[in-house]
Design a protein around this ligand. Sequence first.
Ligand code: ADP
Ligand code: MG
Length: 239
Amino acid sequence: MDVQGLRKAFGELEVLRGIDFSVARGEVVCVIGPSGSGKSTLLRCVNLLEEPSAGRVVVAGTEVTDPDVDIDRVRRRIGMVFQAFNLFPHLTALENLTIAQRRVLRRDRGEAERIARANLERVGLSDKAGSYPAQLSGGQQQRVAIARALSMEPELMLFDEPTSALDPELVGDVLAVMRALAQEGMTMLVVTHEMSFAREVADRVVFMDGGVIVEEGTPEQVVGAPQHERTRTFLARVL
Ligand code: ADP
Ligand code: MG
């Protein structure tokens, strides 16, 4: 994934003011930064949930920002996991995993269910296939949301603060699933405040503030020995 000169304004408000960075295949990049710095907007521009004001975004060889792009095709290759789990409340975990496979990828019921069960197993929830979201803990719901994204077999996974709505005791299970995904070689762009996760799992950490990348580097560099005052101030608040 490659982002060049990315800008996004909402009216007068410039939220992204020229972002350049890339995520190589199989790489895990964590984005950190204060609230309002543009992290969610950056992720949303990558799959065109927001239309960039300027710049280029390329995902797995396809220019997302090309006006002629088939955006539905591109989105199929990008999995997104939000802070809120956004599961369908009236569908079981299994049905939440099969619906998009059937409607978007046109998989038949048997294949969709086979892939769904494999992904529920991957997130440690084989026994919850028949449960409705309300019967699951927040951490279990978020793992179902991850399994749902994986069922579409994405080439890139975007995570936007996936654990920040969870009770502290449920965070670890979700991070463990993400860590395993990283080890399997999934390409991941993760907005998170979990500094221990960033330190252990990220290949690179990007610190954003005020719509720009202030610094980026290895976790040892950015979290362990930040060069910029703004990064130090932020880390002092979250660590
Ligand atoms: P972060 O995820 O780092 O907290 P966001 O990307 O959510 O930051 O937001 C960055 C800024 O953009 C904030 O000032 C926010 O209020 C503003 N913003 C985000 N989305 C919209 C929108 N749809 N319309 C207007 N302003 C927005
Ligand atoms: Mg955000």
